[in-house]
Design a protein around this ligand. Structure first.
Ligand SMILES: [Zn+2]
Length: 463
């Protein structure tokens, strides 16, 4: 009897609808034809043999047969999970396995194994079972060998959903209230309407805020065995939930646009240890640190997304920002990306304009109304307004990207900018990067999109 790799077969069985018939009496069926032994386990009381159902040598998806032999009595118990394989044309295979693996699993990451299987039924089908992995897990895509169509996709890995409370993006925008203040990190009544219960996705199930896209390295890392993380802003766990949730949302959005390698990793973050009213991304450690001065920085999702913007650029172009203008583009992109992420939950009102970045974090240090860390709809023009300070000069770049968003809409604008950034040199200039961006827009969406970008950069004196 041939022993198949257990992982491949166990997956097939796990996905089956368990329609096993339990036969309690000893059975005389000594020769399970069309079965392949995949496990023979010894326990204290018995021997447990698990077979995969096969047909013409190919595993039948979901079909199994198990034999349990009692050590003491010799009694045999059978679980017969074999499925009907009716009419099946074994000669039909117009699609190659390679094609099935590359074409059909593109959206599900890297295909690493392809097996021919039988999809059971009265009219059974020969299919490729393509195993692939991406950062979200492992998948089996079942592709008809004849038509090439995808019959089904099974997720073989488990991810855990948790629950928690967050601000999204922040209390000032949510409550449309520009008079809120930090009050020394207190949780006070006027803020209660800003808390939102959310699902924390892609957790790894350890009870910590660690998952596919975000990894909590805070000194006092919170833990909850049922993955329930309900804190208020005065508690250290709140900022950890905010960072986990906001980073995971950002990477999920990026992947929804089709990008599978824009910082597609568990991004390290810490929300404790820095008492300044500042946050930073460390390229050498590939980690984000959020300060707790003033309003804790990680209480404002837009600050989180700004810092994640730096992580994105460093993942796309390691060492990005080695010239003054590239550094300014890093800041400008971070501000703009924060605003793009904020769109679904940030009403664009006179009180809290969408273009105002981090209007909650800013209550501790900004003046005027509304209070903003910076804005992405300013009027600065190159080169006259250059101050040789990356955050200030970043407002030239972010305004250009804001106009790209106004012209193309959120998804197209983010796609163009992320795609273009892969081709920026680490020490690029505004003009060189703008040219790449215009060309990228043309390739992705045609001449009119390129014109939107051209006009946006022209209005800033860049092109
Ligand atoms: Zn920055």
């Amino acid at each position: 009897m041939r022993l198949l790799p257990r992982a491949a077969m166990a997956g097939a069985i796990a996905a089956a609808t368990i329609a096993a018939t339990l036969v309690s009496a000893p059975v005389a069926q000594a020769d399970p034809a069309g079965l392949t032994l995949i496990a023979s386990n010894q326990s204290l009381l018995g021997v447990h043999e698990l077979y995969a159902q096969t047909y013409a040598g190919h595993p039948v998806l979901g079909g199994f047969y198990a034999r349990h032999t009692d050590r003491e009595t010799g009694a045999v118990t059978i679980q017969d999970g074999r499925l009907t394989v009716g009419k099946l044309d074994l000669g039909k295979a117009r699609v190659s396995g390679d094609r099935a693996a590359t074409a059909e699993t593109k959206a599900r990451g890297h295909a690493f194994r392809t097996d021919i299987v039988v999809v059971p039924g009265d009219n059974a089908t020969l299919a490729y079972a393509v195993l692939s992995q991406d950062a979200t897990g492992e998948y089996r895509t079942v592709v008809d060998t004849d038509s090439g169509s995808v019959l089904r996709v099974d997720e073989l890995s488990d991810h855990v959903d948790g629950h928690g409370k967050v601000f999204e993006p922040n209390p000032v925008a949510t409550l449309q209230n520009t008079t809120l203040t930090d009050q020394n990190n207190k949780d006070y009544a006027a803020l209660s309407g800003a808390y939102k219960s959310v699902t924390l996705k892609n957790l790894n199930g350890t009870g910590k805020l660690d998952g596919s896209f975000a990894n909590n390295i805070s000194a006092s890392e919170v833990k909850n065995n049922t993955n329930t993380f309900n804190y208020n802003r005065s508690q250290a766990g709140f900022e950890q939930v905010m960072a986990y949730y906001s980073i995971t949302s950002a990477q999920s959005y990026i992947q929804s646009l089709g990008f599978t390698s824009v910082n597609n990793e568990a991004q390290d973050f810490k929300t404790t240890g820095l008492t300044d009213d500042n946050s930073f991304y460390s390229p050498s450690a590939d980690s984000i640190t959020f300060g707790t001065g003033g309003v804790d920085d990680a209480e404002d999702a837009e600050v989180i997304w700004h810092e994640y913007g730096h992580a994105i650029q460093d993942a796309q172009v390691p060492g990005f920002g080695s010239s003054n203008e590239a550094g300014a583009m890093g800041e400008g992109f971070g501000d703009w990306f924060a605003v793009m992420m904020s769109i679904p939950n940030n009403p664009d009102t006179v009180k809290t304009p969408l273009a105002c970045v981090a209007d909650w974090d800013a209550v501790s240090y900004a003046s005027g109304t509304p209070k903003c860390l910076r804005r992405v709809d300013g009027t600065k023009v190159y080169p006259g307004d250059v101050e040789n300070e990356v955050h200030a000069d970043g407002e030239i770049w972010s305004r250009a990207l804001w106009d790209v968003y106004k012209g193309l809409g959120r998804d197209q604008a983010v796609k163009v900018v992320l795609e273009a950034q892969f081709s920026y040199a680490p020490n690029t200039s505004f003009a060189a990067a703008a040219t790449v961006t215009v060309n990228t827009a043309r390739r992705l969406y045609g001449a009119s999109a390129a014109t939107v970008c051209q006009n946006a950069f022209h209005a800033r004196g860049i092109l």
